[in-house]
Design a protein around this ligand. Structure first.
Ligand code: GLN
Length: 307
């Protein structure tokens, strides 16, 4: 068969691409082939079933072959299409940001259900915002709240800003190291999906993650917990009375993150599972000592307490 016949129609092209991707270790080879052809032809996938014999023009064949070869080199599908759906919204992504995960919807759902039960408009800060998926979803689904978001990467902030704008939401972004840009401000809720993969585990991840995604967004230090240690200390002065933190965690990090937050004085610490039944989100309330002026706290705690 002539090399070009393999891509002569949409059906033939999909067959060729699915087997090529399968040979290159792509798990959902047929699905990825369909999504990439749909992206290439700017058509819904359904169209390939309605019109399987649709001929591909020479330039379409060339572009499709190039997309498939990129995917075959284990570039994530979402970096090729530049898009990922999250919370039923379409987000732009680039290699500067982590691709939003379905797991992280649990963080947004948890924040939304808490926020909807508060009888006031809220000030919310999302740290390590990356593509802005969490911050922009909160802004979209929570009318009347003020949302801030930060990331250490200027390139990520650019992507996040573009997402906020495209989706018609208002989020105030600031670039800087974790809580750095927000010192002196007070929030009702701080959310974050910080980097939490233990450093030495990154090279063992699928190449789509370990090679293609930004190390900065994955690397949580030697044991993966560096950012929780920092957040436990740095979030406290940024929280108002009744303030909460809600953090995504690795499925096996629950007990350690709970211990870190307990140590820092947080209360009502809860672990929330994802749809796969694994620990995914931890929520906690601001240390209550924050409610007392510092001078009071010593005076009201004499060394010997008369009983
Ligand atoms: N959940 C992501 C993964 O398993 C990691 C996200 C993160 O480090 N925040 O690849």
């Amino acid at each position: 068969m002539d090399e070009r016949d393999k891509l002569a129609t949409s059906q033939a092209a999909l067959q060729w691409a699915a087997s090529y991707l399968g040979e290159h270790g792509i798990r959902d080879a047929r699905m990825d082939a369909e999504l990439l052809l749909a992206h290439c032809l700017v058509q819904p996938r359904l169209q390939f079933y309605l019109e399987p014999q649709r001929p591909l023009a020479a330039d379409e064949r060339e572009r499709f072959a190039e997309l498939i070869s990129r995917r075959g080199r284990r570039e994530p599908l979402q970096y090729i299409t530049g898009r990922q759906e999250f919370m039923s919204l379409e987000f732009l992504v680039s290699p500067a940001v982590l691709i939003p995960r379905a797991d992280t919807e649990m963080l947004v759902e948890t924040a939304l259900s808490w926020a909807r039960n508060q009888a006031r408009s809220l000030r919310i800060l999302d740290l390590c915002t990356g593509s802005g998926a969490v911050a922009v979803s909160l802004a979209h689904y929570l009318e009347g709240s003020d949302i801030w978001a930060g990331d250490i990467s200027a390139a990520a902030i650019e992507v996040a800003r573009a997402n906020a704008e495209r989706l018609g939401t208002h989020v105030c972004f600031a670039q800087g190291d974790l809580t750095g840009p927000f010192r002196g401000a007070v929030f009702d809720l701080i959310t974050a999906n910080p980097p939490y993969i233990p450093r030495d585990d990154i090279c063992g991840l699928e190449p789509e993650v370990g090679v293609a995604e930004p190390k900065l967004a994955l690397d949580g230090g030697q044991d993966g917990l560096d950012f929780y240690r920092r957040l436990a200390v740095e979030a406290t002065p940024l929280l108002g009375p009744g303030g909460k933190v809600m953090l995504e965690i690795g499925w096996d990090e629950g007990p350690q993150v709970q211990a870190i937050l307990t140590e820092a004085g947080f209360t009502t610490i809860k672990l929330i599972k994802d749809y796969a039944g694994r620990d995914r989100v931890v929520t906690a309330s601001r240390p209550p000592t924050q409610d007392r002026p510092p001078s009071d706290s010593k005076a009201s705690q004499p060394r010997t307490v008369p009983k």
